[in-house]
Design a protein around this ligand. Structure first.
Ligand code: NAP
Length: 385
């Protein structure tokens, strides 16, 4: 119990810290401590700008360093983190740099978080997301947020902007880019999240939610009768896109997958969603273009979705697409310069879309695929559970 004199109300408040913090949030401007030390919660901005250390003025995502102290501001949510899902482009880069050595991968992750206050890979610029349990909710969110302490959630904002503290790395799952940790994270007021569904295993939901934007964008872009090329078709986002492309293009449309190895080609074929799966390296743009024409009656694609985790595949995506068509670059290894100058260089008039990880309803759409498609559910369970 604390006793505090509140100047604006001209009276002594008796109450616990939560009550007093609530008073501060509701506009009480000056409090005077009477018999105990009280740490007042600071007001935070909705986008987390109050946590940016350098460069000042930027938002947390593009900032180099953010404040990852785990005392929450009045409008933040504190999360006890269990698992990080490192973005595939980021994990692949770290794994390569560490020559596959788990201890070195762990060291690299710890050092990035220590240096930047967030898991923001400085080479790829990408992050990932996390699952955990709500540990504390700022008083300013009372009545605004439906979240409850103890609830399990997955954040749908990138780790590249999420204040994170890792106490210990417990286990690295290299094959699925997931890292079990003991640690904490902060969700800003504007941060989107999904409460984890009861009917799907957590690691499966985490894998699906990590790439939720891809399938939901595919649903928006593909029209009945379209021919659709999915590059990286045997990967996590690629498989979800195949499902959505088939559903939207219908029987008059064509779905063509591209995979670089037999294993991922077979995986894409086993979904039954593809009219053809091409075995090709997407850094070889001319071959990709020729093979797409070969299986598509001499025509190029109306829509191409790029879901790879390596650089230098922009031109394969552009050349595989007809003039007036659309290329959706979901891959985080995409270079804006390579795409823009590449398209100009080959005189290709295509609409190119940056892979916004968020589309309205993306979490629900992607999780629903796991319920609708037994074949994808089986593949994802084998890979991620
Ligand atoms: P993933 O499961 O690792 O899949 C990547 C796929 O790319 C794999 O199937 C891989 O084939 C294929 N691939 C690799 N090299 C290739 C090549 N030379 N030619 C053709 N295909 C190739 O990755 P993911 O989780 O789906 O993520 C895909 C991309 O989306 C990554 O770049 C990731 O960073 C990005 N991402 C974007 C957002 C966003 O908000 N825009 C969010 C999350 C992730 P193999 O299996 O045979 O190696």
């Amino acid at each position: 119990m604390y006793k505090i004199f509140c100047h604006s109300e001209r009276r002594v408040l008796n109450g616990n810290l939560k009550y007093i913090a609530g008073k501060v949030a509701s506009g009480v401007d000056k409090l005077e401590l009477i018999n105990k030390e009280v740490r007042l919660m600071h007001k935070g901005g909705p986008y987390g700008t109050h946590r940016v250390i350098e460069p000042k003025g930027l938002l947390p995502q593009p900032a180099w360093k953010i404040d990852n102290r785990m005392e929450i501001y009045d409008n933040e949510v504190l999360i006890d983190v269990d698992v990080l899902n490192i973005d595939s482009a980021s994990f692949t880069q770290i794994e390569e740099e560490a020559a596959g050595d788990e201890a070195r991968i762990a060291e690299k992750i710890m050092s990035i978080v220590a240096e930047r206050g967030k898991m923001h890979n400085p080479v790829t610029g990408s992050g990932g997301m996390l699952i955990g349990r709500v540990a504390q909710i700022g008083p300013a969110l009372e009545g605004k947020s439906p979240l409850k302490v103890g609830q399990r959630l997955a954040t749908l904002v990138s780790l590249s902007l999420t204040p994170l503290q890792i106490d210990r790395i417990k286990k690295i799952h290299k094959e699925i880019d997931q890292v079990e940790i003991e640690g904490k994270a902060i969700l800003f007021e504007s941060g989107i999240y999904a409460v984890l569904p009861d009917d799907l295993p957590d690691t499966l939901s985490l894998a699906v939610l990590d790439v939720a934007g891809a399938a939901a964008q595919t649903a928006k872009l593909v029209r009945p009768g379209d021919s659709v090329v999915v590059i990286g078709a045997g990967g996590k986002s690629g498989l979800l896109c195949l499902h959505e492309a088939r559903k939207r293009a219908g029987i008059t449309g064509k779905v063509i997958g591209i995979a670089p190895r037999e294993a991922s080609k077979k995986r894409a074929e086993s979904t039954g969603y593809c009219d053809a799966v091409i075995l090709a390296d997407a850094t070889d743009a001319m071959t990709v273009m020729e093979k797409v024409k070969e299986v598509n009656g001499g025509r190029l694609a109306d829509v191409t979705i790029n879901c790879v985790n390596i650089p230098h595949t922009e031109l394969a995506s552009i050349l595989a697409t007809r003039d007036g068509g659309t290329v959706y670059f979901f891959s985080m290894a995409t270079s804006f310069t390579a795409a823009a100058l590449g398209a100009e260089g080959v005189g290709k008039d295509v609409t190119m879309i940056v892979g916004n990880g968020y589309t309205r309803g993306h979490a629900a759409i992607s999780l629903q695929i796991m319920r609708e498609s037994p074949v994808l559910r089986k593949i994802f369970e084998e890979l991620y559970v």
